[in-house]
Design a protein around this ligand. Structure first.
Ligand code: 5GP
Length: 332
């Protein structure tokens, strides 16, 4: 672990006293006074955040989210170590353990965490604090990623092995492939019925995928499942994922990535379910989708289906019936 920074950014940001630079470059007295007042105010604001966390009047997740939205604010400039040590039952040793496990350098500030660090810290906070408070954790997870990456296979593995998770069944205007069952793989509908679903606001999101057929997520089963405290998994395309994010900001967006581009092409051609024209269209969409990875909260590489499924499910904090990893309980 690295050693903490010596300087508080608030004091570091204050102008120097100007011994080396001489009179001409020395900031006017009034500026120095203002900067010093601002530094004191910033320190006070951070102290107030810490006091609120310690008193439980603000939730750690809410503070983290505020820091993310405003990295220069009191929450954003709060050191990760100060943040963690303000939380109930977390002292110096526990803080060091948590930072090693996540892993996050102890010099980091809440607003300066990387995307993945932030996602891991958020998961940790949710499990440790929110779950204990509410008794369960309800999650909406959106699994997206390029064509043929294996979203369907990972989603099916989750349906079979993690019965607590509701796998949303989409409506589509495309025709069933051999072996696909109406109501299980999709609700296969015609254009008129799809138009009606849109008009009656029965879809949480919908999109025309690969420039051909329309796909949409029925809203009612999801709202029912979330209200019952179940976790829900949507396996949809990028356009749909963006719509869900806009409609439900708490949704966790997971990007399922192929081990490599060549492997993606091999899987698409290998499964042989699309014509050459359709394959070309899907690979063109895949290029665009691969470029969008940064929009996601988490990235899972699909090298092994059970492993990828477990990583996705870990984000929902639900477990297979007989699966419980000892590592989870350590330090929490
Ligand atoms: P396929 O035709 O191979 O079953 O699916 C084609 C694409 O449609 C996949 O990328 C899949 O994720 C996406 N898709 C399936 N259901 C939905 C949905 O309800 N909404 C959106 N936006 N995309 C979907």
């Amino acid at each position: 672990m690295s050693t903490p920074l010596e300087n508080d950014p608030s004091t570091a940001a204050a102008p120097s006293t100007g011994h080396r630079t001489g009179r001409t470059t020395r900031p006017p007295e009034v500026d120095r006074a203002a900067a010093s007042r601002a530094a004191v105010a910033a320190r006070r604001a951070r102290a107030a955040v810490k006091a609120d966390l310690a008193a439980g009047t603000r939730s750690p997740v809410e503070v983290l989210d505020t820091a993310t939205g405003d990295p220069a604010g009191p929450e954003g400039t709060l050191r990760i170590t100060d943040f963690l040590m303000s939380l109930k039952a977390i002292g110096v040793t526990k803080t060091a353990e948590i930072l090693t496990r996540l892993p996050i350098a102890d010099v980091k500030r809440l607003g300066g965490l990387g995307k993945h660090q932030r996602a891991r810290l958020r998961e940790f906070l949710l499990e440790r604090f929110e779950r204990a408070r509410t008794g369960h954790l309800t999650r909406l997870v959106v699994l997206a990623g390029p064509t043929a990456v294996g979203k369907g296979t990972v989603a099916r593995h989750i349906r079979q092995n993690y019965p607590d998770v509701l796998l949303s069944v989409s409506a589509t205007t495309r025709v069933p492939r051999p072996g696909e069952v109406d109501g299980v793989d999709y609700y296969f509908v015609d254009d008129t019925e799809f138009d009606r679903l849109i008009a009656d606001h029965e879809l949480l999101e919908w999109a025309k995928v690969h420039n051909s057929h329309r796909y949409g997520t029925p809203r009612a089963p999801i709202e029912r499942a979330l209200a019952e405290g179940r976790s829900v998994l949507l396996e949809i395309d990028l356009q749909g994922a963006r719509q869900v994010r806009a409609a439900m900001p708490d949704a966790v967006l997971v990007f399922l990535a192929p081990p490599s581009w060549d492997e993606l092409v091999r899987r698409l051609i290998g499964r042989g379910t699309e014509s050459q024209e359709e394959q070309r269209r899907r690979l063109a969409t895949a290029k665009v989708e691969l470029a969008s990875q940064d929009e996601f909260d988490a990235r899972v590489v699909n090298s092994s289906v059970p492993e990828a499924a477990r990583e996705v499910v870990d984000l929902m904090q639900v477990r297979a019936r007989r699966q419980r990893r000892a590592a989870r309980s350590s330090g929490r």
